[in-house]
Design a protein around this ligand. Sequence first.
Ligand code: FAD
Ligand code: SIN
Length: 529
Amino acid sequence: MDDRFDFLVIGSGAAGLTFALKAASFGTVVIVTKKEPVESNTNYAQGGIAVVLGDTDSFEKHIEDTIHAGAGLCDPNVVRVIIQDGPARIEALERLGAKFSKSDENTFLLGREGGHQENRIVYAADATGKEVERSLLERVRTHKNILILEHHFALELITEHHLVEQQTRAGRTTHCFGAYVLDDHAARVKKILAKVTLLAAGGAGQVYQHTTNPVVATGDGIAMAYRAKARLENLEFVQFHPTTLYHEDSSAFLISEAVRGEGAILTDLDGRRFMDDYDERGEMASRDIVARAIDEQLKISGNTHALLDVSHHNKDFLQTRFPTIFSTCLSVGIDISKDPIPVVPAAHYMCGGVKTDLNGQSSIERLLACGEVACTGLHGANRLASNSLLEALVVGHRAVQHALEIRRNSNWREDIPDWDESGTENPQEWVLVSHNREELRRVMWDYVGIVRSELRLDRAFRRTRLLYEETEDFFKKSRVSAPLCELRNMIAVAYLIIRSSQSRKESRGLHYMSDYPELRQEETTPTLL
Ligand code: FAD
Ligand code: SIN
């Protein structure tokens, strides 16, 4: 195969792999992924996939819960279509060999998470994402029409901007012709041309100092789409997970919401249960409410963490239901069948992203996006737990049909220039990259976190602008590298989060502004960028 494909997929999580596997029945597919293929948010998903399979459940109930969590910004049609396709996607994963937790009678064991009125989370113990990733990747690796390029970092989407002649004439982006991709091991930039490009580069949790996301989640997809002038939406809605392990030897290891679904209670360090003060659903309130409650409790008490107690269950049950959580906690000296777990919130999920329709179509022709990088309108102002794997699977699947139509009417562009490295060199001052990265993450954590204010956002904006100027200057002179590009992308995403937050002068869903604590009824349009 050369560097021309029918379908270019950027990212090897649930969204990218689902699309790739189906698209490969119709044409050639290349997947570029910046580390090893399993490295993705998908691989760390614990709780599961929200799907209507229970006897007392219904699509209507799941739709109601999703729209309620989304605080006025969900698109009801999108919600309905995605939820109704859930059972078929689980069936498809099982056909690929995914093994979900089941009863002795071979029915799905269904977990419960915050904001859901029914048990509807399909899970594989507490490592659901790993099982999804494994089953998809096994098939993808052996498919003759799919080439996986690992340690390949997508730098830029190729659009009219890269064509000198077009640029001077119109200066407008209307089509995507592929991507410039850095082969990290060979230190060489490749030009990969495609009839259809799918952006499935996941989330941006690394923009924050404390996050559940692995190091690959630096918002590259959002930043690339922004530079290509794609329409973006709702980037102020960053979801903070209420419960990650607070321990010096663990970097924000997630304690799944499913633990609360099994009856765990949240207390302060004196053992006082506090969630009932905030919501009648107590620990099972939606994530925004629980994260804000913990944040407030910590601010009032000055404590560093809260406690999550699941010790009403015995060891056997906990080891079977939550093997990863049990062993990880034990490795740092916490036996969860006896001891409460110290927990703090951390950045977890980006609800906004590249605006797409239900087929993944973005505002740029031949560019599709799906999964966490995208914003379909499913989540609105606050994602309901375990709805994101569902969305990645459903839209990843649906997008293929649409991609086939695009392919029918498209061809490769012959006039794309090579990556231009002129005027750059290998700089000595790499320390600038790591320091700026850490500074950015701290600024975002301190000023653009669970509770925001005009003052904090202004402060974050000024600091981010300085980091932007320094980094752009460095970028122009330097030979391209993955760490530098990640930093640039993280700064772009931070800027977008701050700008979107500044423009929403109310509190809604995940976006809480202490200057504007009320929800304004008229503000029910998404934030466009
Ligand atoms: P990802 O799975 O993140 O994949 C993105 C891919 O893009 C990765 O392979 C990455 O390396 C690659 N990539 C990124 N940038 C580049 C680049 N520049 N060049 C090349 N490749 C690139 N959701 C649920 O529904 N249920 C859960 O139980 C759940 N638990 C979670 C637990 C944790 C700890 C985390 C972090 C998330 C959880 N989520 C859960 C959220 C969910 O896992 C993600 O939203 C979802 O998996 C995203 O899938 P994706 O395919 O869009 O992106
Ligand atoms: C969890 O297991 O708590 C994560 C679920 C999710 O992010 O949807």
